[in-house]
Write a protein that binds this ligand. Sequence first.
Ligand SMILES: [Zn+2]
Length: 289
Amino acid sequence: LGTLLRHGAEVSTFIYFGLAIAVSLLEWVIPRRRVADTVRLRWLSNISIAIVGTVLVRSLFPMLSVAWATLCHGRGWGFFNHVACPAWLAFVLTLVALDAVYYAQHYALHRVPLLWRLHRTHHTDQEFDFSTGVRSHPFETILTTVVSFTTIFVLGAPPIAVFMMMLLSTAVTFVDHANVRVPSSLDRVLRLVLVTPDMHRIHHSRDVREGESNLSNLFSWWDRLFSTYRDQPAAGADMAFGVAGFEERRHLTLPWMLAQPFLHPDGPQGARAQIESRAPQAERGIGRG
Ligand SMILES: [Zn+2]
C-alpha cells in the first residue's frame, strides 16, 4: 500500500485513463442502447469538459515532477546530488539533458513500431493548430511521465530546473503547434536555437520522410546534430497533414483516437518500406506526391 501511495499520482492517472479507454471501447463494441442522434453534440460537450480536466491535470504535473525532484534531492539520489557543481551549471545542464532525452524519446516514438502506435494518435490529426499539441494518447502521456521521472532521478535534477523545464514544455506544446504566421526573418533567427511553428509543422507532414524530421522539443539544435533537420516542406504551403492510411474522418473521433495503438501498423511503417524500396527513383524526385 505504501508503494501504491508513493506512486499515487501515476496509479490514479493510469486507472483514470485505463477505465476511460476500456469503457468507451466497450460502449462502442457492445452498446446497450442504439446510439442517439444527439451523440455528436454530447460528445463535443463531454469531451470538451474532459479536456478542461486534462488541462488542470497538466497544470498539476509540473508540481508532481518538482515534488519528485525534491524527494530525490532529499534522499541524495542522482548525479547532481553527488558531485560538486555550481547551481547555475546544474540548472543549465538539466534543461539541456532533459531536452536531449525528449528528442531521443521522440526519435524512438517514430522509429520503434510499438511506440509509433502510441504516438500515431498525435500524428493522425488532419489539420495543425494548438489543439494538435494536446492530442496525445494516454499511453504516450504515461510513457512520457515515466521517462521524465527516470531522467530526473538519474540526473538528481535541481527542483527549480525541473520546474522551469515543465513550464517550457507546456509552452512548447502550444507554441510549436501554433497555426500562426511568423515573419520569415524572425523565424530564421529563432530557429538557430528554438523550435518554431514553421519548423515543427513539417514534422506533421503526411510525407513520411518529412514526418520523421524535426523531432526536437525545445532546442532546435538536436535535429541539426543528428541529421533529422528539414528546412521547408516539399509541397510548400499546400503540404498535407496526417498519416497515410488514416485519412478517414473517423480518426478525428475519440474512440478511434483511443483505439489507434490497436489498429494495424500500415501507415508510416508500410509507407516507409515502400519509399525505401523505390529509393533510387525517390532520390531523383520521381514518384513523390
Ligand atoms: Zn512526432
